[in-house]
Design a protein around this ligand. Structure first.
Ligand code: HEC
Length: 107
């Protein structure tokens, strides 16, 4: 049953204009679709930091979501090491913001 639900959630991400509820499954599907997991693990570092590490670093920082959304879209380096994150300019501002907020809540 869980599988069916995840498939449905993934399908809703792929439908253009479909409203995103922003559930964890929706967000994982969105991150997957945008290739985030080729460089980020949920917990541990791959090329970039694990999303849980990012969440821990910015815990309590109310400006973090805004900054990270911008960085996801524009790319950048120097916070976690010399390896840069490439820009994801194809990502809309809304999706970048949702991804940033989701990353900040990965435990
Ligand atoms: C080609 C590899 C690559 C891809 C693809 C990638 N990232 Fe990154 N990401 C990195 C690296 C490397 C860093 C560390 C940059 C730094 O040190 O400032 C990073 C950093 C981050 C950070 C922390 C930024 C900071 O300033 O602390 C977030 C959040 C993030 N990535 C989210 C994403 C999301 C969401 C996606 C998918 C849309 C994504 N990344 C795709 C390599 C990648």
């Amino acid at each position: 049953m869980k599988k069916v639900w995840i498939t449905l959630a993934a399908a809703s991400v792929l439908l253009p204009g479909a409203a995103l509820a922003g559930t964890a499954a929706d967000m994982q599907a969105l991150a997957d679709k945008n290739g985030c997991f080729s460089c980020h693990g949920m917990q541990s570092k791959l090329v970039g930091p694990g999303f849980a590490e990012v969440a821990a670093k910015y815990k309590g920082d109310s400006q973090a979501a805004e900054r990270l959304a911008k960085k996801i879209r524009e790319g950048g380096k120097g916070v976690w090491g010399p390896v840069p994150m490439p820009p994801h300019g194809n990502l809309g501002e809304g999706d970048a913001k949702k991804l940033a907020e989701w990353v900040l809540n990965v435990g």
